[in-house]
Design a protein around this ligand. Structure first.
Ligand code: IPM
Ligand code: MG
Length: 356
C-alpha cells in the first residue's frame, strides 16, 4: 500500500464516548496528513446502537460495504444500556462478531504497555509493572466464538472449540513476523494442551510455523499459568499468541495491569481489511461530558499507520506527541493521580495536536 497518495478511511464513531474520542483522532489524522503531505478521505458511517436507532439494525449492509471498500476503519465504541435487553442476535456484540467475520479480521493486536508517567495508576506495585511492554496476538475469527455446533435447549448448552490448520498457521506467522520486527522478541504461545485436543493441535501447528523463524525463542504456556504470570511478572512477556477465547480473557488482564485502559489501542487485521479501535468500551456514564480519554483512539490511529499504511514515521510522530502531552502533565480523569489537575477530552486532544 505504500506509495499511494490518497487513503480512504471509514470512521465509525458509534455510541457513548465513541464520537468524542473519534473526533479527537480525526483532528490528529488531519494534522499528520498535512505535515507528511498525503491526502485522506474520511467517510462516516453508523454502527451499533446509533445504527439501530435509525435503521433497526446494528450493522447495515451499507456500513459493511463501506468497510469493505476502504483502506482502514477507525471505530470508537459500540453499545450501552439502551440496547442491552435486545434479543441476543440483535445486540451490539453480535454485530461486532459479524463485522470481524465479514471483514476476515483474523488477528487482533492488543498492546499492554505501561507508560512511565503512569506507573502509579496500576493496581500492581510499580517495580512489578514498570517497563512492561508486550503485544497480545489474539485469534479473532475462529475457535469457540464461531465453532459449530452451538446452542442450548432446556437441558443442555454446547459450543465447539475448533481450529483449522490454516487459521492457526496465519495467526502464528503474523506473530512471529511481528516478533522478528521487534528485534527477535520472544513469542509465548498460550493454550490448554494438557486438557484440550484442539490446544494440542494449536501447539503442533505453532511449532511447525516456528521452524521458519529459528532465531526467535518460542515458549509454550498453559492459559491458567499465563493468567498468573501476567500479574506475577508481566515483563517476562514480549509477544503472546493465543486463541480467541483465551485472548479475550488474557488481553483484559494484560490491559488492566497497565493501569490505563483509556490509553490502549487495538488493531484487528486480516489479509484484505483492517479495523482500529480503542480497547475501552462506550462508557455511557461519562458520554457527552468531554471527560473521556482520547489517547487510546489516537494511538489506534498510530497503529493504522504502522499496519495498514506502512508509515512508521507517522505512527512515531503520533506516539511521540502522546508521550509529550503526558510528560507535560496533561491527564484526563481516568489517569490523573489524586490532586492532579484534570484535562477534558478536547484539552488532551489539543495538547497532542500541539506536539504533532
Ligand atoms: C472484546 C469484547 C468482545 C469479545 C465482546 C463484546 C463480543 O469482549 O472485543 O474483547 O468477546 O470479543
Ligand atoms: Mg473482551
Amino acid at each position: 500500500m505504500s506509495g499511494r497518495k490518497m487513503y480512504k478511511i471509514v470512521s465509525i464513531p458509534g455510541d457513548g464516548i465513541g464520537p468524542e474520542v473519534v473526533a479527537g483522532a480525526l483532528e490528529v489524522l488531519n494534522a499528520v496528513s498535512k505535515k507528511h503531505g498525503f491526502e485522506v478521505a474520511v467517510e462516516e458511517h453508523l454502527f451499533g446502537g446509533a445504527s439501530y436507532d435509525v435503521h433497526g439494525s446494528m450493522l447495515t449492509d451499507e456500513t459493511l460495504e463501506a468497510c469493505k471498500n476502504c483502506d482502514a476503519v477507525l471505530l470508537g465504541a459500540v453499545g450501552g444500556p439502551k440496547w442491552e435487553n435486545l434479543p441476543h442476535a440483535e445486540k451490539p456484540e453480535a454485530a461486532l462478531l459479524k463485522i470481524r467475520k465479514e471483514l476476515g479480521l483474523f488477528a487482533n493486536l492488543r498492546p499492554a504497555k505501561v507508560y512511565d508517567a503512569l506507573v502509579a495508576s496500576s493496581s500492581l506495585r510499580p517495580e512489578v509493572v514498570k517497563g512492561t511492554d508486550f503485544m497480545v496476538f489474539r485469534e479473532l475469527t475462529g475457535g469457540i466464538y464461531f465453532g459449530q455446533p452451538r446452542g442450548y435447549d432446556e437441558n443442555r448448552g454446547w459450543n465447539t472449540m475448533v481450529y483449522e490448520r490454516y487459521e492457526v498457521e496465519r495467526i502464528a506467522r503474523l506473530a512471529f513476523e511481528f516478533a522478528k520486527k521487534r528485534g527477535n522478541a520472544k513469542v509465548t504461545s498460550i493454550d490448554k494442551a494438557n486438557v484440550l485436543e484442539v490446544s494440542q493441535f494449536w501447539r503442533n501447528i505453532v511449532h511447525e510455523v516456528h521452524q521458519d523463524f529459528p532465531e526467535i525463542e518460542l515458549v509454550d504456556m498453559y492459559v491458567d499459568n499465563a493468567a498468573m504470570q501476567v500479574v506475577r511478572n508481566p515483563k517476562q512477556f514480549e509477544v503472546i499468541v493465543t486463541s480467541n477465547l483465551f485472548g479475550d480473557i488474557l488481553s483484559d488482564i494484560s490491559g488492566m495491569i497497565t493501569g490505563s485502559l483509556g490509553m490502549l489501542p487495538s488493531a484487528s487485521i486480516g489479509s484484505e481489511h483492517a479495523l482500529y479501535e480503542p480497547i475501552h468500551g462506550s462508557a455511557p456514564d461519562i458520554a457527552g461530558q468531554n471527560k473521556a480519554n482520547p489517547i487510546a483512539t489516537i494511538a489506534s490511529l498510530a497503529m493504522m499507520f504502522e499496519n495498514s499504511f506502512n508509515m512508521p514515521e507517522v505512527a512515531g510522530d503520533i506516539y511521540a506527541a502522546i508521550e509529550g502531552a503526558l510528560a507535560a502533565g496533561f491527564r484526563t480523569g481516568d489517569i490523573a493521580a489524586p490532586g492532579e489537575a484534570i484535562s477534558s477530552t478536547t484539552e488532551m486532544t489539543a495538547a497532542i495536536l500541539a506536539r504533532i
